[in-house]
Write a protein that binds this ligand. Structure first.
Ligand code: HEM
Length: 448
């Protein structure tokens, strides 16, 4: 039966629902799920009435829907990352950009970046203190930021050192601004939006220098970094990517590509310290040169601790059929990754951390959805999976992670991602001193 009304949901005023969603988002979504089932409508500030879905059939249908019918939600991320960012473009423009930028992030291709990731992990882990607790989130961020910077620009040097300082500040501010309404008036250079513009100007200057240097590089066509590929790629009509497209997309890749991965790795540390038997098996596997259980562990970390707990689409067509509902143009639909991953029919005993459930198996792409799905599925998924695998392998090989009987760390919202509240505390001892894989100091201009 088709009905034009939205799914049921709480009737509390918008600001009350907004306050609950803001102060206790996961508790709230579990509560609404218990009360209304997998599909319900919330009414919250900024988004207004939004339909939340988590039924696998509905989610599959939404992810498979053509972008003419439902596409990206225009959140402030576009404003923060630029009008040519993946997060700001829709329809045909999005399709063309995906076509150009998919090859460097293809599964086979990302293997070329494994050595970079390992070098960065070895270098960082060599500085970790022994025998006392420290949060792994910041070190993991340094590994993933350095890795993505080198994969994207191919070279190292003063400009990258400047980006290494700038990007984390931009990301932290951007994540906060992305969930705030855009001010109608200019609030000045000391306002958060003013600061974001100043960061952007600094970023543009660095990227212009890097683009110029790459254009002058006589060996450009032999390079496999993303910037080199962007500069040489052509749309179907033979035209190249514009300077603004390149700058916005590079920023998008740097931003989307490091915090998510680092946060998942910090959760991996947090989970494994609380599962000593699994940790022991993983060390034994790594020592024997295997990877199956480690890959399954990463899948299970992403299932139980999805760092992005939802993704969204907006109806662009005059109306859209979804399950038994007909949604009007403009309707926002949120896919709850969190609820999907906690569905006991799909993942028995969903609260348990049990990597064996994925051992030797590929998860269903419409049920295990930490990277979203459809034409908007995370373009960096293969890169992130390779990176997490290499960092975890290096960690298991080079350091001994001390188990703990402490309670699991709470989920802490960092704006867009959910991180372990204590930053994924680790206590380690070094298994052996390694010097062979330590990369040269980052000031040297060396090809990645
Ligand atoms: C564990 C790490 C990561 C997680 C959990 C993650 C998660 C996500 C999610 C949930 C989306 C939205 C998908 C949708 O709406 O269906 C997304 C989009 C995106 N991600 Fe990731 N991501 C990760 C790593 C990366 C990396 C390493 C890169 C870049 C190298 C990246 C670049 C992007 C881009 C550009 C988009 C937008 C794609 C588009 O709109 O076409 N992400 N990611």
């Amino acid at each position: 039966m088709t009905t034009m009304t939205l799914p049921d949901g709480p009737s509390a005023p918008r600001f009350v629902q907004g306050a609950t969603a803001l102060t206790a988002p996961l508790w709230n979504i579990r509560r609404l799920h218990r009360r209304y089932g997998p599909t319900f409508t919330v009414d919250v500030p900024i988004f207004g009435k939004a339909v939340v879905i988590s039924d696998p059939a509905d989610v599959r249908q939404l992810f498979m829907t053509s972008p003419e019918i439902a596409d990206n939600l225009d959140v402030n991320l576009g404003r923060v990352l630029g009008p040519n960012s993946f997060f700001a473009i829709t329809g045909d423009r999005h399709k063309k950009q995906r076509k150009l930028l998919t090859p460097p992030f293809h599964g086979r291709r990302v293997r070329a970046y494994e050595a970079i990731v390992e070098q960065e992990a070895v270098r960082e882990m060599a500085t970790w203190p022994q025998g006392r607790a420290f949060p792994t989130l910041a070190p993991m961020m340094r590994i993933t930021l350095n890795a993505i910077l080198r994969a994207v620009f191919g070279a190292d040097g003063a400009d990258l050192a400047e980006l290494r300082q700038l990007i984390p500040a931009m990301v932290t501010l951007g994540a906060r601004l992305a969930v705030l309404p855009i001010p109608r008036t200019d609030l000045g250079r000391w306002s958060p939006w003013g600061r974001a513009l100043a960061y952007r100007r600094q970023y543009d200057e660095i990227v212009d220098r890097l683009i110029e240097a790459a254009r002058q590089d006589p060996r450009l066509d032999g390079r496999d970094d993303v910037l080199a590929l962007m500069l040489q790629s052509k749309y179907d009509d033979g035209s190249p990517m514009t300077r603004d497209e390149i700058a916005d997309q590079l920023l998008t890749l740097l931003t989307a590509g490091h915090e998510t991965t680092a946060t998942t790795l910090a959760w991996a540390v947090e989970r494994l310290r609380r599962h000593p038997e699994m940790l022991r098996r993983l060390v034994a596997e790594a020592d024997a040169g295997g990877s199956e259980l480690r890959e399954a562990t990463i899948l299970e970390v992403q299932r139980t601790r999805p760092v992005v707990d939802r993704t969204a689409r907006q109806v662009h067509a005059p109306s859209m059929e979804l399950g038994r509902w007909t949604l009007p143009k403009g309707q926002i639909v949120m896919v709850s990754i969190y609820l999907m991953h906690n569905n006991a029919k799909l993942f028995p005993d969903p609260g348990a951390f049990d990597p064996d459930r994925f051992a030797g198996k590929r998860p269903d792409t419409y049920e295990w959805i930490p990277f979203g799905g459809g034409v908007r599925r995370c373009i960096g998924a293969a890169f992130a999976s390779m990176e997490m695998n290499v960092v975890l392998r290096t960690l298991l090989r080079d350091v001994t992670l001390a188990p703990t009987g402490d309670r699991g760390e709470r989920w802490h919202s960092r704006g867009i991602t959910w991180a372990p509240a204590k930053g994924g505390l680790a206590v380690i001892s070094r298994r052996s001193e390694r010097t062979d894989l330590v990369a040269p100091k980052t000031t040297a201009r060396s090809r990645g």
